[in-house]
Ligand binder design. Structure first.
Ligand code: FES
Ligand SMILES: [Fe+2]
Length: 470
């Protein structure tokens, strides 16, 4: 890749071409947890948080009536920092001269001005539309006055609170390399390899996802995903567009003449992947740039069976980060906890068995803040990454030309994009395709919350017209 091309697809600040593309989508900006007084007592007294997203500094607050607002951070009077504002019943007040702004950016008061002043009516702070889904606040950062797209009807955004859990984490790297690790089906055979198998019990606990059993059996025996990944490390990777901007990744690992391991995941343009955590839980992960060199991942866990134990899931994850930034405890400063003895005897990477998120963090951060793609050598196993970059460059051009990029959906298109399904299973070699489709259907039919939600069966998404409504 040429250096200018790498710049094009990684720079996301105001005025950049890729930044304009990413402003075509709703972007996660905070967990609702961050405004939960039980989890953050400080937020009870003063629910105001500075937010940096796509290289812009904003302030997120909840007024006394419970409404959220996301505003530009410099006060429109003389530029003082509204993140230090006084949070009041109906808005956020700048402490410099007392100007007050409602959640929609309307100026409510300019108390130092003479009585009868009309200045308020001529001032408006830029505010950004928000919506809460599955424990996460999403913001629309597109051009003022333009119509936001709709979020797809993905399971992760529709599941009830009882079957959802959301968390986030900060990585010190560019958004694209953070996303590219998630659409790379070859790496689990290496990066997440355990040198021996250990117990499958508690495999849904934090950071142990490849310990879980793959669905199905080999000679009457259940196998953990990690054993399959380790023993069959040369996968056949396929990808199909099930809609414009939604790729289904099918990764096949032939095991015996009769058995094939099938892993199905999805990549939703521009920065979301959907993968299985276990037989009944799916992870939908979005990647939002803080700026060019830092990225938040937001994970949505969605259960198709039992309700989730949010408190346990949250506590396991909080133990690995520091607040308020959700910055991981390990990182470049301590060599990501690297231990040569662990690498020799226990894991392929040498960063322990308990937190595979740390493995991914090392992969994406050790490349450098912005990966120098002029020096890379892509192979056949990188085919999804190549396809995604082609889509990305094309979408940047589309937005430059005033068009609508993939996955910036109209309501009807969004309603048709359901699922997407994930699976990790051992299938009969000769009918693996039917096998995984049936397994995915069975998983969905086990989800009581999907009944009556108007969702179609797996497979039908493939027929969703990609061009509908255009
Ligand atoms: S700078 Fe904010 S009120 Fe004056
Ligand atoms: Fe990974």
């Amino acid at each position: 890749m040429k250096a200018d091309q790498n710049e094009l697809i990684t720079r996301v600040g105001p005025g950049t071409a890729c930044g304009a593309l990413l402003r075509s989508y709703w972007q996660p900006v905070a967990l609702l947890d961050e405004f939960d007084p039980r989890l953050d007592p400080g937020s009870a007294a003063r629910p105001v948080k500075p937010v940096r997203v796509l290289g812009e500094d904003l302030v997120l607050f909840r007024d006394g009536a419970g409404r959220f607002g996301l505003l530009d951070r410099p006060c429109p009077h003389r530029g003082a920092d509204l993140a230090f504002g006084r949070c009041e019943e109906d808005g956020l007040r700048c402490p410099f001269h007392g100007w007050k702004f409602a959640v929609d950016g309307a100026c409510l008061e300019t108390p130092a001005e003479p009585i009868g002043s009309q200045l308020c009516q001529r001032v408006r702070q830029r505010s950004y539309p928000l919506q809460a889904r599955a424990g996460v606040l999403f913001a629309w950062l597109g051009a003022e006055g333009s119509v936001p797209p709709a979020l797809p009807a993905f399971d992760a955004f529709l599941a009830p609170a009882s079957h959802s859990f959301a968390f986030k984490g900060l990585w010190h790297c560019n958004w694209l390399q953070a996303f590219e690790v998630g659409i790379d089906p070859a790496h689990p055979s290496f990066l997440h390899r355990y040198l021996s198998d250990g117990s499958m019990a508690d495999a849904e606990a934090y950071g142990r996802q490849f310990r879980a059993a793959s669905a199905g059996e080999v000679g009457g025996e259940r196998w953990p995903m990690t054993r399959i990944m380790r023993e069959f490390h040369r996968p056949e990777i396929r990808f199909d567009a099930v809609a414009e901007g939604l790729l289904r990744l099918t990764t096949l690992r032939p095991m015996t003449d009769r058995l094939t391991h099938v892993r199905v995941t999805h990549a939703a343009f521009p920065a979301t992947f959907v993968i299985p955590l276990s037989e009944t839980i799916t992870i939908t992960q979005m990647h939002v740039p803080v700026d060019d060199t830092r990225t938040y991942w937001y994970s949505f866990f969605t259960s198709f069976a039992e309700p989730l134990d949010q408190e346990a899931m949250r506590n396991q994850r909080l133990a690995c980060v520091t607040l308020p930034d959700y910055a991981p405890i390990h990182g470049r400063h301590d060599h990501w906890g690297f231990d040569p003895e662990d690498q020799r005897t226990r894991t392929y990477l040498g960063m322990g068995e308990d937190d595979i998120n740390l493995h991914d963090q090392w992969a994406v951060e050790s490349m450098g803040e912005i990966q120098d793609r002029t020096r890379e050598h892509l192979g056949t196993s990188d085919k999804v990454i190549m396809a995604n970059r082609r889509t990305l460059v094309k979408a940047i051009d589309t937005v430059r030309a005033g068009g609508r990029p993939p996955m910036a959906l109209a309501e009807a298109e969004a309603a048709a994009l359901v699922g997407p399904d994930t699976i990790d299973c051992i299938a009969p070699a000769e009918r693996w395709e039917e096998h995984w489709t049936e397994a995915a259907r069975a998983k969905r039919s086990g989800a009581t919350w999907l009944r009556g939600a108007g969702q179609v069966a797996p497979g039908e998404v493939a027929s969703a017209p990609a061009e509908a409504g255009r």
